[in-house]
Design a protein around this ligand. Sequence first.
Ligand code: DQA
Length: 146
Amino acid sequence: VRILVLHGPNLNLLGSREPAVYGHTTLVDIHQAMESRAQAAGVQIESFQSNHEGELIDRVQSARTEGIEFIIINPAGYTHTSIALRDALAAVAIPFIEVHLSNIHGREAFRHHSHFSDLAIGVICGLGAQGYELALEAVLTRLGRS
Ligand code: DQA
C-alpha cells in the first residue's frame, strides 16, 4: 500500500449523519471512488476508519514500517482535540493532506482551529466528498502518477 486514507470518529455514519452538513455520500462510496482512481493510476490505496483515538494512532505508527508514502486524513472531531494524533503524524513524518467534508471555518468557533493544519501539505474543506478525490489527485501528482 502506498496511500493510506484515515477517517476519524463518527465518519462510519456518513450518509445518514446530519446529511445537511455532511451530505448523502457514504464512506463506502468515498472509498470506491478513490479505489478506482488509484487503480487507474496503478497505485495501492487503503482506508481505515476508527472511533478510537488510540487505534488511529496505532495505524499511523504502523504506516511508517509499512512504507506508506502519503496519508489523506479526516481526523473528524479529533481535529480540534487530539494532540496525540497530531504527534503521531509528526513522529512518522509521512506527508499528509487534511480533508473535511464541511467548511469548518463557517461553523462553530470550536471547529475553526485544527491541530493538524500547520503540519499538513495542504487542507481541503467544505467541498464534501469531492474533497477526498481532489486530495487523491494532489497525492497522485506528488507521486508522479497523475
Ligand atoms: C469534520 C468536521 C469536524 O468538525 C467534525 O467534528 C467531524 C467532521 C468534517 O469532515 O467536516 O466529525 O471533520
